[in-house]
Design a protein around this ligand. Structure first.
Ligand SMILES: Cc1cc2nc3c(=O)[nH]c(=O)nc-3n(C[C@H](O)[C@H](O)[C@H](O)COP(=O)(O)OP(=O)(O)OC[C@H]3O[C@@H](n4cnc5c(N)ncnc54)[C@H](O)[C@@H]3O)c2cc1C
Ligand SMILES: *[C@@H]1O[C@H](CO)[C@@H](O)[C@H](O)[C@H]1NC(C)=O
Ligand SMILES: *[C@@H]1O[C@H](CO)[C@@H](O)[C@H](O)[C@H]1NC(C)=O
Ligand SMILES: *[C@@H]1O[C@H](CO)[C@@H](O)[C@H](O)[C@H]1NC(C)=O
Ligand SMILES: *[C@@H]1O[C@H](CO)[C@@H](O)[C@H](O)[C@H]1NC(C)=O
Ligand SMILES: *[C@@H]1O[C@H](CO)[C@@H](O)[C@H](O)[C@H]1NC(C)=O
Ligand SMILES: *[C@@H]1O[C@H](CO)[C@@H](O)[C@H](O)[C@H]1NC(C)=O
Length: 490
């Protein structure tokens, strides 16, 4: 795909006017400058910071990067794109695995949000106003420092609130406190016609519903409003390695983990992390080490895990344990990997499916000498706060799945091999082999860049797709906020 776009771009430069969106660069630059929208100069340091994707396997060339600092800039940038028939996307933390912040293909206007990252907590109500370009670490830092409060979210401090919250937001507080999007109580949005609207459960409720799971397709959120919780006095982060040297032992171990997931207590947040050289149970317990040990005891026995690490500390201690010592990240934070990844949600696997999983793991995946892992989050279950709200209460479609898998395969240096994806793609396909389509899903925050738009929409949004397409038609009929795996208008 990128190759073909480059060819068109060259043909365009050689003669044919407007052969590709990249050829509209000049007209777009004129429009943006006239409107007073700051633009990153191509090749500048700022441009490189803003236009380099997290995943270096997926480099796309924007038609322009608008380095916005105000809501008015966003409205004007959207208007310029609309006038010229150019697709536009917000980019917040730029951490999309498929580079959706860059549009997921060449020739988009990137509306770089990361210079708008104010976080203001109202101590009296516990509601935080958070600008649409903030990163998770900055959010955690500010909420803690302004009032010892937090929302539930993922572990990586460089991830943007924009992409993370608008498409789910699963982390090591989710089993206790739900998804990041469950903490959203309102938002201010620039629509495709440059209008500004507010939305919440009581105002533009359909847009609010759509934002909480498919936000990137609907508009640009300039400000989120989150309710928050008071951070617990102490929490215990832990890692418990397991040794499963044979397929038979891995089968027993996996069976025990998924059984445990069905009824594990709300205070426990855990994932099974399978890497090439080790396997860990790891997570966060809302309570002290003794409490953790007693809750984990039955599982430790069945899996032969050893509690190698269990440290009790304050709120920021665990944030830093999972996210690194410097969490207060802003504009210009740089972090990259080179990889292919895909994802799944399933219920507990039956014995045959478990056998297929283990067989693929030992015979195929273990043979892959790249730096791969399969992370299985214990997402749902009887006591999970993720599973508590009704499935149709927000666009996020997969609350009721027990397990969420991220399958990730990276190279530490150099180029990712052209056929590298087959290892993880086949892993996922082996797991779902024989399952009804309604028995599994995928997570757009862990997107598979190889899906076509039809499959992507079906896998990410399942039974919510029709309603989403109708809302998309109402707010963005011309698909201005297009990306290759976004919601298409009905
Ligand atoms: C190192 C790392 C760790 C991660 N850990 C977790 C984790 O623990 N749990 C988890 O659930 N996910 C995790 N993720 C995935 C992450 O949640 C997604 O990649 C997320 O979409 C990234 O958001 P972003 O704003 O950084 O990305 P971007 O690439 O900037 O944006 C992603 C999408 O959101 C849209 N968007 C961004 N901002 C806005 C806005 N203000 N208004 C409207 N649309 C917007 C973009 O247009 C694009 O479609 C991780 C990713 C990385 C790279
Ligand atoms: C908010 O409350 C916390 C304690 O709950 C306090 O430390 C902080 O100073 C307050 N912040 C403001 C801005 O009032
Ligand atoms: C949206 O809500 C914010 C915060 O409550 C308010 O300041 C703003 O005026 C509202 N904007 C519109 C367009 O209603
Ligand atoms: C745990 O250890 C026992 C005793 O060595 C063994 O029989 C059992 O299979 C092991 N279970 C797992 C999941 O490794
Ligand atoms: C394992 O990897 C080696 C080297 O990459 C390859 O030659 C071999 O066919 C692989 N084995 C299997 C079972 O895939
Ligand atoms: C399962 O994995 C094998 C080995 O990689 C692959 O050949 C096969 O196509 C996969 N099965 C499915 C259903 O994709
Ligand atoms: C902008 O789009 C919204 C959503 O479709 C619509 O309600 C509103 O009337 C439009 N505003 C203008 C000025 O066209």
């Amino acid at each position: 795909m990128p190759m073909i776009h480059h060819v068109f771009a060259l043909v365009g430069l050689a003669g044919a006017l407007y052969a590709s969106p990249l050829d509209k660069a000049e007209a777009l630059a004129d429009c943006l400058i006239k409107a007073g929208v700051p633009v990153d100069e191509t090749g500048s340091t700022e441009y490189k910071l803003d236009a380099t994707p997290f995943n270096l396997r997926l480099n796309y060339t924007p038609v322009a990067v608008a380095a916005i600092t105000t809501t008015k800039h966003i409205q004007d940038a959207v208007a310029c794109a609309r006038q010229l028939g150019i697709k536009a996307n917000a980019k917040c933390g730029g951490h999309s695995y498929a580079a959706f912040g860059l549009g997921g293909e060449d020739g988009h206007l990137v509306i770089e949000m990361s210079r708008m990252n104010k976080v203001v907590l109202d101590n009296a109500t516990g509601i935080a106003a958070v600008e649409g370009g903030s990163r998770l670490g900055h959010l955690a830092w500010e909420l803690y420092n302004q009032g010892k409060r937090a929302i539930s979210h993922g572990t990586c401090p460089g991830v943007g609130v924009g992409g993370h919250v608008l498409h789910g937001g699963y982390g090591l507080s989710a089993h206790t406190h739900g998804l990041a999007l469950d903490w959203m109580v309102g938002a201010t949005v620039v629509l495709a016609n440059s209008t500004i609207v507010n939305c919440s459960e009581t105002e533009n409720a359909e847009l609010f519903w759509a934002l909480r799971g498919a936000g990137g397709s609907m508009g640009i959120v300039t400000e989120f409003r989150f309710k928050t919780f008071e951070v617990p006095e102490k929490a215990t982060y832990f890692a418990a390695p397991v040794q499963w040297p044979t397929e038979a032992r891995a089968l027993l171990g996996l069976t025990a983990v998924q059984e445990f997931a069905k009824t594990m207590p709300a205070e426990l947040n855990m994932r099974l992390f399978i890497a090439r050289r080790f396997v860990n149970l790891e997570g966060l317990y809302y309570g002290d080490k003794e409490g953790l040990q007693s809750v984990l005891a039955p599982l430790m026995k069945k899996t032969n895990a050893t509690l190698a690490l269990a440290r009790t500390g304050g709120w920021l201690d665990q944030v830093k344990h999972f996210g690194g010592s410097n969490i207060d990240l802003g504009h210009g934070h740089e972090e990259h990997e080179t990889f292919y990844s895909t994802s799944l949600y399933t219920q507990a696997l039956n014995e045959e499916q478990l056998q297929t999983f283990v067989s693929y793991w030992f015979k195929q995946a273990k043979n892959n000498t790249r730096d791969w892992y399969v992370q299985i989050d214990l997402h749902g279950g009887e006591n999970s706060a993720v599973a508590k709200p009704a499935v149709d209460s927000a666009a996020y479609a997969h609350r009721d799945y027990l397990l969420m898998y991220l399958l990730y395969d990276r190279v530490d240096k150099g180029v990712y091999p052209a056929d590298g994806h087959t290892i993880m793609a086949n892993f996922a396909a082996n797991i779902t082999q024989g399952m009804a389509k309604s028995d599994w899903g995928m997570y757009i925050n862990y997107p598979d860049s190889r899906l076509d738009q039809k499959d992507a929409q079906a896998n990410y949004w399942g039974t919510h797709l029709r309603k989403l397409q109708a809302i998309k038609k109402a707010v963005d009929p011309d698909d201005l906020f297009h990306f290759p795996q976004g919601v298409l208008p009905a």
